[in-house]
Design a protein. Structure first.
Length: 303
């Protein structure tokens, strides 16, 4: 690889780490917002702001995308929203740090879902990573009475949805315009979030809750819409021009670490020794799976 190529790879890696840090920060911020707003009112507000930004950007782009592109992107956006819905509901019933590590399992689940989809046996490195992460999940989530919290189960569902979303993006992103693809996903999430908020409570109640928000809470939602949704998807699309999908996933393993740090600083959340062991095993499993995959991809490319 040339010096310019290495420089681009380094910048892409730093950009992806920044995305992971932004996502990690949304866990404690989201928990703070959920004190004021119900889950779906919060999601609707976040995605409506992001959709407005993307719609303004899309107006500046010449030409129209074919209906098929919008349909495929909307389908992917539905899975994207499902992940956030499960995560947000679960976040209200568990700690931000635990939610961050459980969500991080989505990275390790990607090759499993891909293998089932393509009917191929997962690589040995992936199986080793899952073997490490599974007891880690138990240490992190099980109580002394060997029960798993309801909130942890919701977040585990979110990890599965996000893993499926990553697989769908990997299969469709190369064939669809990046801005249209991102815009359609966010707009779908905004529509679904608004419908869910209307079911969650009457529109008048949701409007009153949003109207009564403190400026600090509104600022948090706007920050998450800009950094954790719009900027994150745009940066990821740009950065993946210079690095592999497996390496991207490896950079995203910083997300649960960032979530734990932010939860400690902002909320004073501290994991017990057993939970720290579980978090460490999950992180080790994710990194093991991704490093093995990247090594295998590098060998194929060299060949």
């Amino acid at each position: 690889m040339s010096g310019a190529g290495r420089g681009q790879r380094l910048i892409a890696d730093l950009a992806l780490l920044a995305v992971a840090a932004a996502w990690g920060l949304t866990f404690p911020l989201g928990k703070i917002v959920l004190v004021t707003l119900p889950p779906f009112a919060y999601l609707a507000s976040r995605f409506l702001i992001a959709a407005l930004i993307m719609a303004l950007w899309l107006r500046r782009r010449p030409g129209a995308a074919p209906p098929r592109a919008w349909r495929l992107a909307a389908l992917t956006g539905g899975v994207f929203f499902a992940g956030y819905a499960l995560q947000t509901v679960g976040l209200g019933m568990t700690t931000a740090a635990k939610a961050g590590f459980i969500t991080g399992l989505s990275v390790g689940l990607v090759p499993i879902i891909s293998a089932v989809w393509l009917q191929r046996t997962p690589p040995k490195g992936v199986l080793a990573g899952v073997a490490a992460a599974t007891p880690g999940l138990a240490f992190l989530t099980l109580t002394e009475g060997m029960r798993i919290g309801v909130g942890d189960l919701w977040v585990l569902g979110c990890a599965i949805a996000f893993a499926l979303h990553i697989v769908l993006v990997g299969r469709l992103a190369g064939a669809l315009d990046a801005v249209v693809f991102t815009t359609a996903q966010i707009m779908t999430a905004a529509v679904l979030g608004s419908l869910a908020a209307a079911v969650e409570q009457p529109p008048s109640g949701a409007a009153a809750a949003i109207g009564a928000m403190r400026p600090a809470v509104l600022a948090m939602i706007a920050f998450m819409a800009l950094s954790g949704t719009v900027a994150a998807l745009i940066i990821q699309t740009w950065a993946q021009r210079f690095t592999s999908a497996s390496h991207t996933a490896l950079m995203f393993t910083f997300e649960p670490v960032a979530a734990a740090i932010a939860a400690y600083v902002m909320l004073g959340e501290v994991l017990t020794r057993r939970q720290l062991l579980g978090a460490g095993l999950i992180l080790a499993g994710i990194v093991t799976a991704e490093l093995k995959q990247e090594h295998e991809h590098a060998g194929v490319e060299a060949t």
